[in-house]
Design a binder for this molecule. Structure first.
Ligand SMILES: [Fe+2]
Length: 589
């Protein structure tokens, strides 16, 4: 069957196409529209997915939306009425928002694609998350834990999945926690309080947490209280998801923790105020870890299973993930490359295929590269038109030259193969550099990423060498496959990996399996022969506020606007003039 999955209208729209049980294409709308976190109807992503497979909309057997809009409307309306009269100001906006295209999404999809509404179905949001985590993982049976801000009503679910020998598939969500009691909304309220954008700045809270100590843990426990059944509840005196959806925290929250940070206010970690913000981040992070860990421990005891699949936006918290792997009793932890809402497009399509239609499950290829491929020849053309020196050469020569360049502290823009699905660059749209010196981290922050100093950069290491440099627990390499875990850097290597080691001695390491990205693996090997350390700094190929680049033209534009020294797409390499002057490029065309 040919099934299209769609997620949109909240945050980070995407489309995914599954044919015969196997993903053919998946891409976030932002990578095509070039609007970061584009939440609009993903028409460009849908068109690209269909083009990729040579299909017309009529060829589709089903189109699956990643949540049930009527249930969501029920939650929004009920919550508004419960908060009445405080919520009166939000009412018109919320109604307009829901009664616009969101509630009538089946009709919208049918009319946009020119297909019958009978072909369009909706599945529950956390089933989409669960399917994205379980059906893409190389496991036959696993416990499933999903946690996000909110879907329709559910904010967290626990369950189990099985791919049976007869080809049938089961996903059973055993229990759910409901809005407004939400780990994702709790963390987002703290994100907003700390002056970062909700649904965007949660990484920053996690990065900042490493600088603080959790001395506000007791206060956090007043905001989020554990319940006797192993779950938790939010004390809604401290939150305001209805009246001030954009901030989420209330006046009592400020009374408890002090004035919030303004988004323009610098975080000076040498000041008392800066330390307070770091301590609040550390306290919220610690509490989130404790709750996730306790729920995971209970789930392991209940199911007795060795594998856990984790989905939902909370699964992007690599520090919490690593604690779950170490302490919850599971042997392996699977987090997909896109655990957030974009990944629900793929989850919804796979769920419909295996469960609604009962098609036999198929092993999903274990990589994140489901997006558009670059046109390498375009780089030759663009660079020549722009008058920059460009070379095209054999793979062996190019890899050795790039390793030389990185050893000479040059920064590489690296474009290769299909675009990653999910928020992280995993070696196909990456900026690569030497990982050794703090000065390189500062240069990248200053000249390329323009971001806060407290945010760490990530390393990529070949799987066979990972244990030498990083303290990985059993199962750590798997969690590091899509950069989903934060692990300690072994102390003897930390000073040689200063650009990628966070202040607390950890790193969000990508553990690269050779088969997943063979050319990047060869570059790591070549660099290791020069430096003795087969590790590179790997950060996403984008500037602050922009989506990760997709096409060669976007990569070239980014390269020209920042401090990247060399741009590589496939076997074509372009150098900035000052780099070319160092006679780096000999075969200049
Ligand atoms: Fe979600």
């Amino acid at each position: 069957m040919k099934i299209l999955g769609i997620s949109c209208h909240y945050h980070d729209s995407a489309a995914a196409l599954v044919v015969g049980g196997i993903p053919i294409a998946a891409v976030q709308e932002e990578r095509l529209s070039r609007h970061k976190n584009d939440a609009g109807f993903p028409l460009a992503a849908i068109e690209w997915c269909l083009d990729r497979a040579g299909l017309e909309p009529d060829d589709l057997d089903a189109v699956v939306f990643y949540e049930r809009p009527t249930l969501k409307f029920d939650r929004v309306l009920t919550s508004l009425l419960q908060a009445w009269p405080r919520s009166w100001r939000s009412y018109p906006k919320a109604m307009k928002n829901m009664l616009g295209e969101k509630l009538w999404v089946r009709g919208l999809i049918a009319s946009q694609l020119g297909i019958s509404t009978r072909k369009v179905r909706c599945i529950e949001h956390h089933q989409s998350h669960a399917a994205a985590a379980f059906l893409t993982a190389p496991t036959q049976e696993a416990a499933i834990l999903t946690a996000d801000g909110v879907g329709e009503w559910a904010t967290l679910t626990v369950g189990r999945g099985a791919k049976n020998a007869n080809g049938s598939t089961e996903i059973e969500l055993l229990r759910e926690l409901r809005f407004p009691h939400s780990l994702g909304l709790f963390y987002s309220a703290v994100t907003s309080y700390l002056g970062f954008a909700v649904n965007e700045g949660e990484y920053k809270v996690m990065g900042l947490a490493a600088y603080g100590s959790p001395r506000y843990l007791n206060e956090m426990r007043r905001l989020l209280q554990r319940t006797g059944d192993g779950a938790f509840r939010l004390d809604m005196d401290y939150f305001d998801f209805m009246d001030k959806a954009e901030s989420g925290f209330s006046a009592p929250f400020v009374d408890l923790l002090g004035p919030p940070r303004r988004n323009w206010q610098p975080i000076d970690l040498a000041s008392e105020e800066g330390r307070r913000f770091a301590d609040i981040a550390a306290s919220a992070q610690r509490l989130l870890e404790e709750v996730m860990l306790d729920i995971a421990i209970d789930l392991q005891r209940e199911t007795g299973l060795a594998d856990l699949c984790l989905g939902g936006g909370v699964a992007l918290n690599g520090v919490a993930n690593a604690r779950i792997l170490r302490e919850a009793g599971f042997e392996r932890l699977f987090v997909p490359s896109a655990p957030g809402d974009a990944g629900c497009a793929l989850g919804a399509a796979l769920y419909a295929d295996c469960i609604h239609f009962g098609n036999p499950h198929r092993a999903v290829p274990d990589h994140p590269f489901w997006g558009p491929e670059p046109d390498e020849a375009a780089l030759l053309r663009i660079a020549r038109e722009d008058g920059l020196p460009v070379s095209g050469e054999g793979d062996e020569v190019l890899i050795e030259r790039m390793a030389d360049a990185i050893a000479a502290e040059q920064i590489i823009g690296w474009v290769e193969g299909a675009l990653e699905f999910g928020p992280r660059a995993l070696g196909h749209r990456s900026i690569l550099a030497a990982p050794h010196k703090a000065a390189m981290r500062d240069r990248l922050n200053r000249d390329i990423k323009y971001r806060e100093e407290f945010r760490p950069f990530a390393p990529v290491v070949a799987a066979e060498h990972a244990d030498i440099f990083f303290d990985l627990p059993p199962g750590g390499a798997r969690l590091g496959r899509f950069m989903s875990g934060v692990f300690p850097v072994r102390s003897q290597w930390a000073e040689h990996l200063a650009a990628v080691t966070h202040v607390d001695g950890t790193a969000r390491v990508q553990v690269l399996d050779q088969a997943m990205a063979p050319r990047l693996h060869r570059l790591l090997e070549a660099y290791g022969r020069r430096s003795g350390i087969p590790i590179l700094l790997n950060t996403s190929f984008n500037l602050a506020g922009e989506p990760i680049v997709n096409t060669v033209a976007e990569a070239y534009s980014t390269f020209r606007r920042c401090g990247i020294d060399l741009l590589v797409a496939g076997n074509v390499c372009v150098a900035k003039p000052r780099v070319a002057r160092t006679a780096f490029l000999e075969n200049v065309a």
